[in-house]
Design a protein around this ligand. Structure first.
Ligand code: SAM
Length: 624
């Protein structure tokens, strides 16, 4: 296949044989990576050479953080009074402000908190560890943060802290590019860039006008700086700003309050019925429970994971595009969350997914990928060490290091937690009653809820028909072949997941999973095996055919997807929400989508960028 080489000058040369589509791609050479923080330590305090400024006060950064940001926003009183709080911050840096908030949360065990922070130059865990070392009062919080840090990919990452009571939303990238595309309502802001004179890109009037837009009326802000330009921009953005004594030797800092009447938000639902029995409903239930809702899971079968989500193994891998468009970015955000969840729950069987240059349209896409800059733990060109010797593809493949092969039977219970489960409940009707929604089962049982989430995988179409709202769902049968590994040449060399149009897993209980079929009608099992074998690269087919398909086991389940192959998550009608259309990507997509759906239902922050959000709303079909 074509080869791309990097000359010492950094120029990319494409050798003959380049697929025409790839050669013409305007995205060749695109850079989707983040810059590194250029960090030095001065007397133990991190210092950014590029901005000629320190991350916090050299005398006592933690005390400064408490004085300026926590006290400046009157946080301890608000934490006492409120059950939920949304804090937003410009400049995550070492996370010290967050650590101060986490420590304070220990005194308010009922409080739930969303902490949204922006960072263009994320530190590594090692850099953070060095910075955190002096702050022994928050050592436990610091260790928890470092252990939970997401990969440093541009875009959105959701992180759970404080036993799930705190949701950290990290937005990695240039703040001026991110603020305009977000919607959220912060109760307060920590404005914490480097000094405005040295870090003007952080403090532009436009950025600060978005801070105003994203603050609820009556909300507050605090900042260490009292610079005149910043104050004036904040006033234009709708804040009443006052100067007050700063920390230590700093004479002044500012506090501000957003004008406008407090707008009372509608009461969020508190009892929520989730209908379904697979990864979509487990993920929605987890997101809702964690945010304090009472969740009842109504499942037609005898337990969770009887449908497609009950396969022995599943791949988690991103679906990236050469222009890294909104859906590509969403898939990276989903993988960032899903892979870490798999690791935490013990569901991870293998890290790293190898994507061969097959089928042909993938080969063309991979070729462009190899000429682009991606974070190396998201996407990199495969080297000879990544490729099983039996792959005769001229060494062409992509590695997704954050991809995973997982065991659904480990992940599902972790998401389910102590969710109350009603099994054998085949929903017959959903009606609006005096006291919320009345959900009736075919056997006459009834349950009440303030809202329902339809998350029943392949049966989603029938569920939606009950509420009168239809999306053009397509059902397909997916057959996975269980292939004995005994005496195959791949035994010793293939320990990762591999994709090639189809996918092949490492062995579990002496069997690899080889998938999968996509057919509208159910076909006979032998035909399914032959289809799956046909997906394999040629060199593997020859030995995979023996033992012959007669010796293969199989599992056939249905799945549902939408014509644009995107998932759907959002409000369908009053009180009725939906999460589905996950196709064969449920274990990658559902964990984060369950979180964002839950947040939206309960009126909490779900700051996915607008284009991503719009791309998966049910309205994209309803409005047609
Ligand atoms: N709150 C931090 C802490 O607790 O360590 C200190 C933040 S430090 C003063 C400012 C941060 O803003 C740095 O981490 C820097 O990388 C980030 N930053 C500066 N300019 C930025 C920009 N234009 N977009 C995104 N992040 C930026």
């Amino acid at each position: 296949y074509p080869r791309v080489t990097f000359a010492p000058s950094g120029l990319v040369s494409i050798h003959p044989g380049t697929p025409p589509m790839a050669a013409q791609s305007p995205h060749f050479g695109a850079d989707y990576d983040l810059p590194r923080a250029d960090l030095a330590f001065r007397d133990g305090v991190p210092f950014a050479a590029a901005f000629d400024d320190g991350y916090y006060n050299a005398d006592d950064g933690l005390a400064e953080s408490r004085h300026v940001f926590l006290d400046g926003n009157g946080l301890s009183a608000r934490m006492r009074e409120l059950r939920h709080l949304t804090i937003a911050e410009t400049g995550f840096g070492t996370g010290l402000n967050l650590l101060a908030v986490m420590a304070e949360m220990n005194r308010h065990p009922e409080l739930r908190l969303d902490y949204i922070s922006f960072e263009g130059f994320p530190l590594t865990a090692e850099q953070m560890e060095q910075a955190h070392a002096p702050f022994t009062a928050v050592a436990a919080e610091a260790a928890a943060l470092r252990a939970a840090l997401p990969p440093r990919w541009p875009g959105y990452h959701l992180v759970q802290l404080c036993g799930g009571r705190l949701t950290l939303h990290l937005h990695y990238g240039e703040i001026g590019d991110m603020l305009p595309s977000l919607d959220l309502r912060a109760d307060c802001w920590f404005l914490d860039g480097f000094a405005p004179a040295r870090n003007p890109s952080m403090w532009t009037a436009e950025n600060l006008s978005h801070v105003g837009r994203l603050t609820r009326p009556g909300g507050s802000l605090a900042s260490f700086t009292a610079a005149g330009d910043v104050r004036r921009s904040l006033e234009v953005a709708g804040f009443a700003v006052e100067r007050v004594p700063g920390y230590g030797r700093k004479r002044q800092m500012i506090r501000g309050r957003r004008s406008g009447d407090r707008d009372d938000q509608p009461m969020p639902p508190s009892r929520i019925a989730v209908i379904g029995g697979g990864i979509a409903c487990a993920a929605a239930a987890a997101g809702l429970r964690r945010r304090g809702a009472e969740v009842l899971l109504l499942e037609a079968g005898t337990g969770i994971g009887e449908g497609a989500s009950g396969n022995r193994m599943a791949l988690q891998s991103p679906r990236l595009t050469v222009d890294h468009n909104a859906m590509s970015r969403l898939s990276a955000a989903c993988l960032s969350f899903a892979a870490r969840l798999s690791d935490l729950s013990g569901a991870t069987m293998a890290k790293g997914v190898l994507a061969l240059d097959a089928p042909e349209r993938m080969a063309a896409r991979h070729h462009v990928f190899r000429g682009q800059a991606w974070p190396v733990d998201l996407l990199r060109a495969a080297g000879p060490e990544d490729l099983p010797a039996s792959v005769d593809e001229s060494g062409s493949a992509i590695v997704y290091p954050f991809g995973r092969v997982i065991r659904p039977d480990m992940l599902l219970p972790c998401l389910m937690g102590d969710t109350q489960l009603v099994s054998g409940f085949e929903v017959a009707s959903i009606d609006a009653g005096e006291d919320g929604l009345l959900i009736a089962a075919k056997d006459g049982r009834q349950r009440q809820a303030d809202a329902v989430v339809l998350a029943s995988g392949a049966d989603l179409g029938q569920m939606m028909a009950l509420s009168g709202d239809l999306l053009p769902l397509e059902q397909s049968y997916g057959q996975v072949s269980h292939v004995p590994v005994a005496a195959t040449p791949l035994n010793h060399e293939l320990s990762n997941g591999v994709s090639f149009g189809g996918y092949l897993t490492p062995a579990l209980d002496g069997l690899r999973d080889l998938g999968a079929t996509f057919t509208k009608q159910q076909q006979d099992v032998r035909t399914g095996h032959e289809h799956n074998l046909g997906l394999l690269p040629e060199t593997w087919q020859s030995w995979m055919a023996s033992p012959s398909p007669e010796a293969f086991g199989s599992r056939v389940r249905r799945r549902a997807s939408l014509p644009d192959r995107r998932p759907v998550a959002g409000k369908l009608a009053e009180g009725i929400w939906v999460l589905g259309g996950l196709g064969a990507r449920g274990f990658t997509l559902a964990p984060l989508l369950g979180e964002t759906l839950a947040a939206e239902m309960l009126g909490h922050a779900a700051p996915m960028d607008r284009a991503q959000r719009a791309g998966i709303l049910p309205d994209r079909y309803k409005d047609r």
